[in-house]
Write a protein that binds this ligand. Structure first.
Ligand code: C2O
Length: 547
């Protein structure tokens, strides 16, 4: 294994999209940002130099960070921000993972323009559990605002209202031909006939789950969140923010000069306003020499599910199965030490005196886990924990259950109003955890993409309506559940996950819709050191930023 060095200069640069030029915060002037390419087992060092006026942190989404929690990146959770003129070197080793992940800013909404792929190749002497593709191509979805995304979220938090939606979705940074004034701003993938391409698909959009399809082509899913899965074929892919997936695309034997549209547009069950536009890229066949050129082929549009296609999402999500190959996959915890039941969803908080709030019924939008809207401290939780200075920073009494029993069929609990605080759960090393996440639907049902830092978890069950602790566990899949780091909690339903708490540190868990994270749909776990030296979190690096 090798050490890979990267320098990420955070700079402002001018970018033109939808006919407007504006200044954005970027890494090395690139949108999307640069790729990290490494092999399983490699050490990665990324020196991040902050040359902008914003505070910055970067997160290596899905990287397990085994005993390297100081490099995880969420602001005020594992580190204080890198301030203007400062730098910090993220230092981690990729252990037991191969596939596609991504990196993104983890402070406020800066990930709107600070994101890029992480490509983890198998070890040198190892191959894929499928035929080696002819070429590998990252496909990364994003969202574009004509306004400054920082102004959008700051205004929303001040007024209590929902933030303005984005102006476009993007594929590899480009909105594509379906938007005004964007014909030249279109991602083009040139392919040869009769080959297998591997698309490394990443949803880096801020607030939207997406459907994706390529006209006249099907996709074979082989990996999710940097874990191989049992391959399955689909015409349409569904992917939440925070999820990544590798798919094989077989090109047709002959398609002289033909062009097909690849398109991404949202799945949304929320009542609010959303951007329901469509990002497009082009799959262009090269002209094979043996066939005469026919220039008249117009691009074909794929068929995508409707915006509220919950049936499609449910069926698609259930198709994911672990590969169950001990060479590549971990064991599903068969027994459980601690059970948690968390309600997740939107609520509101009272409007401060002398303010007019534009949220529901004159309140402020808020979001919560077990009715607590998580407040980030002014220092980093991991430092407070490590140096035993938690006093006044956080408490360790996060409830294992919601304050009011949740019930869809009876009278909904009167917990529209959330409380605010910094409460954490403490888990002894190697605790086997089962967590049921239930969508509260109090202010409308919605699919919430929940992401856990520092771990992959197994998705052992899901359903609609109330989770039933007496009958649902009997139906759990403890044989070949998919292992991932982000899962959509079904709209008006629940999902059950299991993980083994074998990575000491402080680990954030939150909805990967940035607007919900900003409103407080987030919490954190403390996983204690184990007895052995190899089970302890090492001290912080000397350049760790201070608050
Ligand atoms: Cu990709 Cu905490 O996030």
């Amino acid at each position: 294994s090798k050490t890979r060095h990267y320098t990420f200069n955070i700079v402002t640069s001018n970018v033109t999209r939808l006919c407007k030029t504006k200044s954005i915060v970027s890494v090395n002037g690139k949108l999307p940002g640069p790729r990290i390419v490494a092999r399983e087992g490699d050490q990665v060092l990324v020196k991040v130099v902050n040359n902008v006026t914003n505070n910055i942190t970067l997160h290596w989404h899905g990287i397990r960070q085994l005993r390297s929690g100081w490099a995880d990146g969420p602001a005020y959770v594992t580190q204080c921000p890198i301030q203007t003129g400062q730098s910090y070197t993220y230092n981690f080793t990729i252990t037991g993972q191969r596939g596609t992940l991504f990196w993104h800013a983890h402070i406020s909404w800066l990930r709107a323009t600070l994101y890029g792929p992480i490509i983890i190749l198998p070890r040198r002497n190892e191959s894929y559990p499928f035929k080696k593709p002819y070429k590998e191509v990252p496909i990364i979805f994003g969202e574009w605002w004509n306004a400054d995304p920082e102004a959008v979220i700051n205004q929303a938090l001040q007024t209590g209202a929902g933030p303005n939606v984005s102006d476009a979705y993007t594929i590899n940074g480009f909105p594509g031909i379906l938007y005004n004034c964007s014909a030249n701003d279109t991602y083009r993938l040139k392919v040869k006939p009769g080959k297998t391409y591997m698309l490394r698909i990443i949803n880096a959009a801020l607030n939207d789950e997406l459907f994706f399809s390529i006209a006249n082509h099907s996709l074979t899913i082989v990996e999710a969140d940097a874990v191989y899965v049992k391959p399955f074929e689909t015409d349409v892919l569904f992917i939440t923010p925070g999820q990544t997936t590798n798919v094989l695309l077989k090109t047709k034997p002959y398609y002289p000069n033909a062009t097909f549209i690849m398109a991404a547009r949202p799945y949304s069950t929320g009542q609010g306003t959303f951007d329901n536009s469509t990002a497009a890229g082009l799959l262009e066949y090269e002209h094979p020499s043996q066939i005469s050129v026919n220039k008249t082929n117009a691009a074909v549009m794929p068929t995508l599910p409707t915006i509220m296609a919950t049936g499609f999402v449910t069926n698609f999500t259930k198709k994911f199965r672990g590969l169950n190959n001990s060479k590549f996959t971990a064991n599903v915890p068969q027994t459980v030490d601690r059970r948690f039941y968390f309600t997740v969803g939107l609520g509101s908080s009272p409007c401060p005196k002398n303010t007019t709030c534009q949220g529901p019924n004159g309140t402020k939008f808020a979001a919560s886990v077990n009715n607590i809207s998580f407040a980030l401290p002014a220092t980093a939780l991991l430092q407070a924990y490590y140096f035993k200075k938690s006093n006044g920073i956080y408490s360790t009494d996060f409830p294992a259950n919601p304050p009011n029993p949740f019930n869809y069929t009876g009278t909904p609990p009167n917990n529209t109003f959330v409380s605010t605080g910094t409460h954490l759960v403490v888990l002894p090393f190697n605790t086997s955890v089962e967590l049921v996440l239930q969508d509260t639907s109090i202010l409308g049902a919605e699919n919430h993409p929940l992401h856990l830092h520092g771990y992959n978890f197994f998705v052992v069950g899901e359903g609609f309506g109330n989770y039933d602790p007496n009958n649902d566990p009997a139906k759990f899949n403890l044989v070949d559940p998919v292992e991932r780091n982000t899962i959509g909690v079904p709209t008006g339903g629940w999902v059950a996950i299991r993980f083994l708490a074998d990575n000491p540190g402080v680990w954030f868990m939150h909805c990967h819709f940035d607007v919900h994270t900003s409103w407080g749909l987030r919490m954190a776990w403390i996983v204690l050191d184990g007895p052995l030296a190899s089970q302890k979190l090492p001290p912080p690096p000397s350049d760790l930023p201070q608050c």
